[in-house]
Design a protein around this ligand. Structure first.
Ligand code: AGP
Length: 606
């Protein structure tokens, strides 16, 4: 949830480190800092500021430190508020060793007590500072070998971490380590990078190395060594990054979120490429799906809503029971799991700690794990038996949009594959759905060409105190997702309900002028009339209804038309207006669209 960057090479380090932090700011942004090795053996050069990265940049405006290696950090606070003192990097008491950290050190209190007894003086409230003092002692024990010291320290830590450290005795050297938190190596020409994700260095190199659990990486401008905690040298997986630098830029849009909403025709098409024709091969290479008696989808937030849609498709097309679980609840109720359970973690980032820990619980109890993920080489797919990567490209805005619709596509593909493997559906059915899926990009394109009236409509409700969302069948998780988008972006109370549930209590919320968005089933669905009755029920009590559907609903005050589709595929279309409404509401309210308050793009703590 924090941005981590390290640079060593021919350039002056401040610029590539700052550039990397700018690209990672979406990961966490309540403070930022940089440490550089300017003079061998002297105290490090360091600057850190609370608040957005721009505060740090302003403080660095006229400085050009003569340093060729350094580390930088953007923070999403877990221990200790967002202050200058709590910002990373943290220093040892000599000011010659600096450390940055992403994650949570669970045993930092006991470590701090031991270290204070040894005479270390703490300045911050963070868990991280315990690590830098521990590392300082370990470095002395290992006669100045920073990598050996890092291996020693990692063996003493409990919790999750990405760590980077530099010492002024060794200009040009950076040592890093990871456990349950992302760290990738960028391999340059006469320069090397370390970062939380590839977008930090993508404009310099597309050649990356993947680091595994409890591995330590030791880099200079010309050498990269990876070891396990015993010091055994490892050969990390190398890969070429498929994204280009512009893919991580705004591309002319005012916000990443709007760019990513408009990228959905492409991200849906990319996620489908080569996956509907040869369904019985590519999808689940590496996992045996024989003898599966139950599917459990685990996820958080928007990914959880994608799982709820997946439940309908998998149960119908594969005739297998599906539970959809909030990852943060799952493992703590100790559910029964065995080898006949197929667990599907859904995660855009592949680093969400709640989902990772729930997946590990299921795996240790014998489940087979088939991940759906958007980030190549991230932790969740690396620890799964198989992975279906969505190809949505980098999703920079904190609010998930294109990743969500890509996750829906992945759900349909898995449902079709499972149904085929279990002999429940035939190739004819698969190809019929394949044709419907292939039409989705053009249908989303069509919706995006008619969003202008949505902007006008949104402004009518910009001062509403709350907004309710109704849906039935797959429209219900779509309603939940619409409510989440509005909460995240407009900071407005919003709630999604199953249409049939309203009369069991929530209808008491309806008052004169209450704004209600109805996600209508396709007009050919047997549920259409039932949903139309739910709209009548709320309208009769004063609600102003906005209906999203493939035909106009007479009782609605406003109709947003979307193309018709197979019932189960309708969420891919209906969610687009909901994303745009949330976006426009955020803009109308003057909120920070891409980095909403209190949120982070990837929540890598439990
Ligand atoms: C979605 O708009 C939110 N940013 C959040 O709910 C997110 O979907 C959730 O944190 C899961 O993230 P993941 O997909 O990276 O695991």
């Amino acid at each position: 949830m924090c941005g981590i960057v390290g640079y060593t090479g021919k350039a002056l380090a401040l610029s590539p480190v700052l550039e990397g932090l700018r690209r990672l700011e979406y990961r966490g942004y309540d403070s930022a800092g940089i440490a550089l090795v300017v003079k061998k053996g002297e105290p490090l050069w360091i600057e850190k500021r609370a608040g957005k990265l721009s505060n740090l940049e302003d403080s660095l405006a006229d400085t050009h430190p003569d340093a060729h290696s350094g580390i930088g950090h953007t923070r999403w606070a877990t221990h200790g508020g967002p202050t200058d003192t709590n910002a990373h990097p943290h220093l040892d008491n000599e000011g010659k060793l600096a450390l940055i950290h992403n994650g949570i050190i669970e045993n930092y209190v006991e470590l701090r007590a031991i270290l204070e007894k040894r005479g270390h003086v703490f300045k911050s409230e963070t868990d991280t500072e315990s690590v830098v003092h521990l590392l300082s002692d370990a470095r002395k024990e290992h006669k100045g070998d920073l990598a050996a010291a890092m291996r020693d320290v990692c063996g003493q830590l409990r919790g999750s971490f990405t760590l980077l450290a530099i010492h002024s005795d060794e200009p040009g050297r950076i040592v890093g380590a990871r456990r349950n938190s992302p760290l990738v190596v960028g391999v340059g020409d006469g320069e090397n990078f370390l970062a939380s994700d590839v977008s930090a260095f993508i404009s310099h190199t597309k050649h990356a190395l993947e680091l595994g659990q409890d591995e330590v990486v030791d880099i200079t401008d010309s050498k990269i060594t990876v070891t396990d905690l015993s010091g055994k040298v490892l050969k990390p997986r190398e890969y070429e990054i498929s994204w280009d630098a512009s893919a991580a830029e705004r591309g002319g849009f005012p916000h990443f979120m709007l760019k990513e909403i408009y990228e959905q025709p492409k991200s849906i098409a990319d996620t489908l490429i080569g996956r509907t024709a040869g369904l019985d091969t590519e999808i689940t290479a590496g996992i045996n799906l024989e003898g599966i008696s139950k599917v459990v989808i685990i996820a958080c937030g928007t990914a959880y809503h994608a799982g709820l849609v997946g439940k309908y498709a998998i149960e119908k097309w594969a005739s297998v029971p599906v539970d959809v679980e909030l990852a943060s609840e799952y493992r703590y109720r100790e559910p029964s799991v065995d080898k006949s359970t197929l667990v599907i973690p859904i995660s855009q980032s592949g680093e969400t700690m709640d989902t990772l820990m729930a997946m590990r619980y299921a795996r240790t109890h014998g489940a087979r794990v088939f991940a759906v993920c958007n980030t190549n080489g991230s932790t969740i797919p690396r620890e799964s038996d198989a992975v279906l990567y969505t190809h949505a490209g980098p999703e920079i805005a904190v609010a998930s949009t294109k990743a969500f619709t890509a996750q829906l596509i992945a759900m349909y593909l898995i449902a079709l594959h499972l149904g085929s493997v279990r002999g429940v559906i035939d190739k004819k059915f698969v190809s019929e759905i394949g044709i419907e899926l292939a039409q989705l990009p053009a249908k989303v394109e069509q919706i995006l060409e008619t969003v202008e009236p949505l902007r006008e409509l949104t402004r009518k409700f910009k001062d509403s105190g709350s907004m309710l969302f109704l849906g039935r069948n797959v429209g219900y998780p779509t309603a939940l997702e619409g409510a989440l988008k509005l909460k995240e972006l407009a900071y407005m109370h919003a709630e999604g309900f199953a249409g049939g549930e309203l009369k069991h209590g929530p209808i008491a919320l309806i008052d004169q002028g209450t704004a209600v968005i109805a996600v209508m089933p396709t007009s050919t669905s047997p549920l259409y009339e039932k949903m139309a009755s739910n709209v009548q029920e709320v309208k009769a009590r004063g609600a102003v209804v906005i209906a999203i559907g493939d035909v106009d609903l007479e009782s609605a005050a406003h109709n947003i038309r979307i193309p018709s589709s197979h019932d189960f595929l309708q969420p891919v279309l209906a969610v687009v207006p909901l994303q745009v409404i949330a976006y426009e509401m955020a803009v109308a309210r003057g909120n920070d669209v891409d980095q909403p308050r209190n949120l982070a793009k990837s929540v890598t703590v439990e």
